[in-house]
Design a protein around this ligand. Sequence first.
Ligand SMILES: C[S@@+](CC[C@H](N)C(=O)[O-])C[C@H]1O[C@@H](n2cnc3c(N)ncnc32)[C@H](O)[C@@H]1O
Length: 281
Amino acid sequence: MKYLELDFIISPYSRDAADILIALVADAGLESFVDTPQGVKGYVQTGLFERSVLDSLTDIFPMDGVKVTYRLAEAEDKNWNEEWERNGFEPVRIADRILIHSPEHHNLSPAEYDIVIDPHQAFGTGTHHTTGMILERLLGMDLGHKTVLDAGCGTGVLGIFCTLKGAKSVWAYDIDRWSVDNTKENMLLNGVKNMEVVEGNASILQGKDAFDLILANINRNILLADLPSFVSVMHAGSQMILSGFYVEDMPLLVQKAKSLGLNYLNHTEKENWATLLFERL
Ligand SMILES: C[S@@+](CC[C@H](N)C(=O)[O-])C[C@H]1O[C@@H](n2cnc3c(N)ncnc32)[C@H](O)[C@@H]1O
């Protein structure tokens, strides 16, 4: 999948202006934002980029005296998550109960849950705190007979773990074709049969039956935009674990979730990354 990199310069720079800019350009399809000294960089799939939409947003930047300009470059043909995840990972142990390793790792001491992941260019080996924190939470949950939605599945690690822990079925999707292919490959490596994965975004949830548990480790802006779709596939008592955002983003997500009828249960955090647990009333 080809991505364009947009390097936004905000003058004069301020954190507030950067946050407003990110919220604005996320609406124009940008994702995966990286702070820079003078602004932010964002990425957008080539096919989704519309210069006129972006220009109309930046031309009328809603902060007095602040100007935004941007430079455009074609990013390497890669998954944006490579920014986060190292290629070729070391075996990961979560809470001494889950072992995640690649097919090349041999002679490892066994664990209660053994997951084989060949990540290629998809995100989700457990090395990132967001994945690890969700897995830790899942360890403490009774998944028996639960139906699970794995939104933004990456390598499929979360959904695969749920099937190993007794979930009835997992339905997964990812916007990135590579991640969908990789999830299928990892399902085979782990002998998983009660999981399905498709390419798409939250719009494909329309008309789906409700899930007992939703997992979404994406990023703040996509989660904010997709929360109504997630809630539309929750029944009373369904739970949802979100991650992929920083501790300071939590109030925004909690506020939005509450406005949609969800009950905030608790959060966990590691090195400024956070997870949130909600329940539908
Ligand atoms: C941070 S990774 C999480 C992967 C895995 N679920 C985990 O927890 O390790 C986010 C994933 O969401 C996907 N993604 C990004 N935007 C998306 C969107 N709008 N809808 C669905 N998936 C999206 C990315 O391709 C990526 O695989």
